[in-house]
Design a protein around this ligand. Structure first.
Ligand code: AHM
Ligand code: MG
Length: 335
């Protein structure tokens, strides 16, 4: 089929044969995420009306409590995946523990676990700046038919079967990989369908954008400070442009399209950085590598880090390959 006007649903079915296991389970899972994304998108787009319709914590017209959007998004993704009996376990940035799912008729027969950051960058909602959902999918390592355990969630990022994000921006896009490149789909809100708009997305090998919260500059490791100064020097194609939205999905998305580097280093206030390995860094690292980019903590490839806990944080440097390599060079030299 021509990829012109191809919907996400059609794309998933057409590419099902490239999955390592072709039971259809992963396709159903991706389709469920697509559905939940549309529901959350609808709600996110109404965010500006909250003062008119009732703020979070208020009681709405049906007598139900209004929810904060990140709580709402969390519930929608969990409900969609649970009710459709698609996964055996879910871990969410919004939940302390993982959720084990046991359908009544088929006990623990599903093979995939999903890790999700339902609404990342949610502090941007009040100011009408884009936010995102990030997801990561693994095949369980414990036997089918038994409840999932922590082991199923604490897998290295290199074991991901699929990962992606939804960016609720000027348009809403869903971008994902199953390990065969990265494809982006834009929602046509009039029809409610995602269309393939960005086939085979790739990071430019190098770029001229750096994204970091420079308010934390004094707290950064010397290697990062020196790299930032390098970005600002007048030489060759520098100074680079500084662009930081403070919404990882949007910063990553822009850098992938235009070429750039995103950094969230460690500091004394955040001794391991701020971002979560399982919900934020690993899925983005998988996408970055699939798009020809690179991701590390300055020394170690993100996807090679062995997770030790669900909400573990790691320093994160991710983006165009040559730029990440340059930042790593500064880290090696200056620490
Ligand atoms: P969150 O999971 O609480 O939303 O935090 C993650 C967000 C990222 O989207 C963003 O890149 C980063 O936090 C911004 O942090 P800071 O405001 O410290 O620069
Ligand atoms: Mg987050």
């Amino acid at each position: 089929m021509s990829t012109k006007h191809q919907t996400l649903g059609e794309f998933i079915i057409e590419n099902q044969s490239s999955f390592r296991y072709t039971s259809g389970e992963l396709s159903r899972l991706l389709n469920s995420l697509r559905l939940a994304a549309k529901v959350v998108n609808h709600e996110v787009n109404k965010a500006g009306l909250v003062d008119i319709l009732g703020a979070a914590g208020d009681v709405n017209i049906q007598g139900e409590n209004q929810q904060k959007l990140d709580v709402y998004a969390n519930e929608i993704f969990i409900q969609t995946l649970t009710k459709r009996n698609i996964v055996c376990g879910i871990a969410s940035e919004e939940e302390d523990d993982f959720i084990s799912i046991n359908s009544q008729d088929e006990k623990h027969q599903n093979k995939y676990v999903v890790l999700i950051d339902p609404l990342d960058g949610s502090s941007n909602i009040d100011v009408n700046v884009s936010v995102g959902t990030i997801f990561s999918i693994y095949r369980r390592v414990t036997p089918v038919g038994t409840p999932v355990t922590m082991e199923d969630f604490l897998q290295k990022g290199s074991e991901q079967v699929a990962a992606g994000y939804i960016v609720y921006g000027t348009s809403t896009m869903l971008v994902y990989t199953t390990g065969h490149g990265v494809n982006g789909f834009t929602l046509n809100p009039a029809i409610g369908s995602f269309y393939l708009s960005h086939p085979n997305m790739t990071f430019p090998e190098s770029g001229t954008i750096y994204s970091v919260n420079e308010g934390n500059y004094l707290d950064f490791p010397l290697g990062i400070k020196k790299y930032i100064k390098y970005c600002q020097e007048e030489a060759e194609d520098r100074p680079y442009t500084s662009r930081y939205i403070g919404s990882l999905v949007s910063d990553f998305h822009r850098n992938m399209i235009k070429g750039g580097i995103y950094m969230y280093p460690k500091g004394s206030r955040n001794p391991d950085g701020k971002l979560r390995l399982l919900y934020e860094c690993n899925p983005m690292a998988f996408l970055a590598e699939q798009a020809g980019g690179k991701s590390s903590d300055g020394y170690t490839r993100t996807l090679d880090v062995q997770p030790t806990s669900l909400h573990q944080r790691v320093p994160f440097i991710c983006g165009s390959k040559k730029m990440v390599e340059k930042a790593e060079q500064f880290m090696r030299e200056f620490g």
